[in-house]
Design a protein around this ligand. Structure first.
Ligand code: ZN
Length: 338
């Protein structure tokens, strides 16, 4: 049996017993456990952060494996939801940590509940809608957020500490393509950049848990592969819609139907805009004439003309479609009337 004091001794030397106790007591939500989110989660898990809530909407894809820590080829072959694969792996890494898997599409309807009771929110997202939604929740509720982003050979992190520095909207204007998660498919992504970005982000999370938020608020670090890291101080915007005017347009938005290309794989994510599915009924109907397998809250359709994963929350991942319109047509063909 490992003595807890021995297990974290090298962190106690760095942070003191009090600092380490705060890290152990920490409750952190990681929203998106793909590249940066999974690497960040692994660092926190090994350090003994007490409770990790792992929120992700996706399944492990073989195209994720070059940059995602925590997953392996079996997870990809079985299309295991990332949140579940991450929680299982973390349980093996450090039994001190409570790893809570939440397979869900985080959106304006559920984000406040998903963020409830957490000390730090971590942005592991692959799209700007979720990123700005997290910023709205953080600023409104007064909970710190660690922003992380990695694309191509560039990575960036910044701590948003409400009341002590700028927020994400002081730094970035929302782009037109809020739901686009296809940057990996266009520009590629460096696994070294992803790991370096997550490491810088995890350092911010540790500082926030230790109560040192004021010292790290608004410090934007950028990493470039190969080569260097720069850090600058970001100023608060004088007329920031979120942290000055307290207008939370992402949090107040209506959750609408959408189709987006997934970052990690050859799939489109489709949400029809309706209510959650009764998976049992969908499975029963589709199994008349198609090859259907059900595992927990997922339904796999694998047939000659269609390959899809259907989630209880009303979404589906559609594989092999040539464009968004065809993905939506396949979704409607499978799920119309649900
Ligand atoms: Zn702001």
């Amino acid at each position: 049996m490992t003595r807890p004091t021995a297990k974290y001794r090298y962190q106690e030397i760095l942070w003191g017993k009090e600092g380490q106790a705060r890290v152990r007591a920490g409750r952190v939500g990681i929203f998106g456990v793909g590249g940066t989110g999974a690497a960040h989660a692994q660092i926190l898990a090994r350090a003994g952060v007490g409770h990790l809530r792992l929120v992700d909407r996706d399944v492990v894809d073989v195209l994720d494996l070059h940059r995602t820590q925590l997953y392996d080829e079996r997870d990809a072959a079985e299309l295991i939801p990332k949140a579940e694969a991450a929680a299982r792996r973390i349980a093996d890494i450090n039994g001190d940590v409570r790893a809570e898997a939440v397979v869900a599409f985080a959106n304006a309807d559920n984000i406040s509940r998903l963020a409830d009771g957490l000390d730090v929110l971590v942005d592991g997202s692959d799209n700007y809608r979720l990123r700005f939604l997290l910023n709205d929740v953080a600023v409104k509720a007064g909970v710190p957020l660690v922003y992380q982003g990695a694309e191509g050979v560039l990575g960036a992190v910044m701590a948003v500490v409400p009341g002590a520095g700028p927020c994400l909207r002081c730094l970035l204007a929302p782009p037109a393509a809020l739901d686009d998660a296809g940057s990996c498919a266009r520009t590629g992504v460096s696994p070294a950049t992803v790991a370096a970005t997550a490491a810088l982000g995890a350092a911010l999370t540790f500082a926030l848990l230790r109560g040192e938020g004021a010292a790290v608020a608004g410090r934007l670090s950028r990493v470039v592969d190969p080569g260097y890291v720069t850090t600058v101080d970001v100023k608060r915007g004088d007329d920031c819609p979120a942290c000055r005017r307290r207008e939370f347009e992402f949090l107040d938005a209506v959750v609408a139907a959408y189709v987006s290309r997934c970052c990690g794989g050859d799939a489109f994510e489709v949400f029809g805009g309706g209510a959650a599915f009764e998976l049992e009924e969908v499975a029963e109907r589709l199994s008349r004439g198609r090859v259907v397998k059900r595992t927990g809250d997922l339904l796999f359709v694998n047939d000659v003309d269609v390959s899809a994963v259907i989630f209880r929350d009303g979404r589906a991942l559609v594989y092999g479609a040539r464009d968004a319109a065809q993905a939506r047509a396949i979704y409607d063909g499978l799920l119309k009337g649900q």
